[in-house]
Ligand binder design. Structure first.
Ligand code: ZN
Length: 236
């Protein structure tokens, strides 16, 4: 698929007054926020990128000029086919890099996001392919997030938050909802609550704020507050 990296250097450093990194970061954020398919509002985008709504509006107008987004005031923004391609390509880089850093270089899963945020914009297609081959073309990263394939398709898996389970339910951890909250990821790793593990819900407090889980028979029960429990996505 065409990528911003393939654009000659002269136009790449500044496309419509934006760096290719800024373009990719915006497209990636819009893709992430639009998971339910609906348009993303300027305010949500501003919040996610920690900038003022006014500067988001300026950015969206320029992205629309490049035909990477469809933007209408008061309606929000969606990605064009070309914008979606670029977003998926950057996500593929991001998740392959996180997987590589953990599996090949011994990084912990709470320290790879920062590295991937930088490297995702600069690795070549050749390096991407070599990393994917080295890892035997993984479909999911260590956080359980789907890695978009080179053809632009995305592995699908249905999940629901642990907080929707009831006492007596069992299930397999599919994914952790965040890859950037280091404290939360460290906490879950300490408790061995990682994708692939099976868990059993032993008890839930009356206000559904405290979850008691067990990973295997004879294991000590684990007490989990709502925030941690809500970040754990269970395979349906
Ligand atoms: Zn990440």
């Amino acid at each position: 698929m065409p990528k911003i990296q393939d654009i000659p250097d002269s136009s790449r450093s500044s496309r419509g007054g934006m760096s290719h990194q800024a373009i990719e970061d915006y497209l990636k954020t819009i893709y992430r926020l639009a998971q339910d398919g609906s348009p993303v509002s300027t305010n949500r985008l501003a919040e996610a990128r920690s900038v003022k709504p006014a500067s988001v509006t300026g950015m969206l107008k320029r992205l629309a000029g490049l035909e990477l987004v469809n933007y209408q005031k008061h309606y929000g923004v969606t990605l064009t086919d070309e914008g979606r391609k670029i977003a998926l390509e950057v996500l593929r880089h991001h998740r392959l890099i996180e997987t590589y850093l953990i599996k090949a270089l011994g990084f912990e899963w709470d320290e790879v996001h920062e590295q991937a945020e930088l490297l995702e914009h600069v690795i070549s297609e050749k390096l991407e392919e070599r990393i994917a081959a080295y890892l035997n073309h993984p479909e999911f990263d260590p956080h359980g997030s789907p890695i978009p394939r080179a053809d632009g398709s995305v592995p699908q898996v249905q999940t629901r938050p642990l907080t929707t389970m009831v006492i007596g339910d069992q299930g397999e951890i599919s994914r952790i909802a965040t890859d950037s909250n280091s404290d939360l990821l460290r906490e879950l790793a300490k408790l061995d609550l990682v994708p692939g593990k099976h868990l059993h819900v032993l008890a839930i407090s009356a206000d559904r704020d405290q979850f008691t889980l067990q990973l295997a028979q004879n294991d000590h029960p684990i007490e989990l507050g709502f925030e941690l429990a809500d970040a754990i996505l269970i395979k349906i």
